[in-house]
Write a protein that binds this ligand. Structure first.
Ligand SMILES: NC(=O)c1ccc[n+]([C@@H]2O[C@H](COP(=O)([O-])OP(=O)(O)OC[C@H]3O[C@@H](n4cnc5c(N)ncnc54)[C@H](O)[C@@H]3O)[C@@H](O)[C@H]2O)c1
Length: 308
């Protein structure tokens, strides 16, 4: 029996609420948004699908942040998404203000919650929120690799024609152009992808993964991806609510792992009932380590520009 609050009833927030309700991940899902009526209207819309999908989850909406009181999990999807041609870092200043305000609300109203950050640039926002709350890193983590790996798996299934159910992909690093799709750890039912794809095809998939968000944004023009990010949120919520101990790539605050500290960046972690339970440290090749360090440098530069 969980209470899950989603702050930001925009496209990702709405899709996430619908999936969490359909899956009955919580007895109550609360949507909060500063735009008058949006959260209440969205909640009512999702609630009215209950009989059709057959779920008992109660969905409510509010402008008042106190509605998150007593939440077990708070998912943050509030902020501005980027527009075509913008990088995730271009929305940093605006979204930092949003994250700081929400962080203060969470500390006040939901001090026992686990926080999942979705707002971009997600590595920097996760770090800022972790600092703002002063909480253990286990309780503050972000969405990146679950989505990026899902995109990579989709592209591999599309190129090979094999079932997506057999594809396992992993992506590390910052959730931006510098992300590190780990082809060496990506398999089709345990078989390395280079048994099925030549080097050029793999490189094409890696590039498409790095630009997965931008590809959708360029096509949709007025909004960025929402269905696959929401499905990724639901996967992470499921791992926590059901204490699954899943190994998933998430944005985690590092404390010496991968030679990094005082940074939040995408790495494989164990997700269970206490949140980000531990970081899994992979042995990287020299080239993988170089790419990871390069990605960490980019995230660190953005973090250094924060006054947190
Ligand atoms: N980490 C990821 O993998 C990932 C994937 C997709 C989207 N995102 C990010 O998620 C965020 C949301 O994307 P979207 O497409 O849903 O955007 P959206 O514009 O549809 O929704 C954002 C909502 O946040 C609300 N909001 C703004 N400030 C708020 C505040 N202080 N309190 C409460 N609500 C507030 C807005 O009113 C709006 O309804 C963006 O930053 C986007 O870049 C991240």
């Amino acid at each position: 029996m969980k209470k899950i609050t989603i702050v930001g009833a925009g496209r990702v927030g709405e899709s996430a609420a619908q999936i969490l309700a359909n899956d009955e991940q919580a007895h109550e899902v609360v949507l909060i948004d500063i735009r008058e009526g949006i959260a209440r209207g969205t909640a009512l819309d999702v609630q009215e699908s209950a009989t059709l999908f057959g779920f008992d989850t109660k969905i409510t909406g509010d402008e008042d942040p106190s509605a998150m009181e007593g939440s077990d999990i708070v998912v943050i999807t509030a902020g501005v998404p980027r527009k075509p041609g913008m990088s995730r870092s271009d929305v940093l200043d605006t979204n930092l203000q949003v994250i700081n305000a929400i962080g203060a609300d969470i500390v006040r109203y939901a001090s026992d919650a686990i926080i999942m950050v979705v707002t971009n640039p997600v590595d920097v926002m996760t770090y800022a929120l972790w600092k703002k709350t002063g909480w253990s890193r286990n309780r503050v983590f972000g969405l990146s690799g679950v989505l990026d790996a899902a995109r990579m798996a989709s592209f591999i299934a599309m190129e090979t024609g094999f079932s997506i159910k057999d594809v396992t992909a992993i992506v590390l690093g910052g959730h931006g152009d510098s992300m590190v799709p780990m082809t060496r750890y990506t398999t089709i039912n345990g078989i390395s992808i280079d048994n099925f794809l030549d080097a050029d095809s793999i490189e094409r998939i890696v590039d498409r993964t790095r630009n997965g968000g931008a590809e959708i944004l360029a096509l949709k023009k007025t909004s960025s991806a929402n269905d696959s990010p929401a499905a990724a949120v639901a996967t992470m919520v499921d791992a926590v609510c059901n204490d699954r101990k899943r190994i998933l790539p998430c944005v985690a605050v590092l404390d010496g792992e991968y030679g990094q500290r005082d940074i939040a960046i995408g790495v494989p972690v164990v997700l269970g009932h206490s949140g980000m339970e531990r970081v899994i440290e992979l042995k990287l090749t020299d080239e993988e380590a170089r790419l990871f360090d390069q990605s960490a440098l980019q995230v660190s530069k953005d973090i250094a520009s924060l006054s947190v």
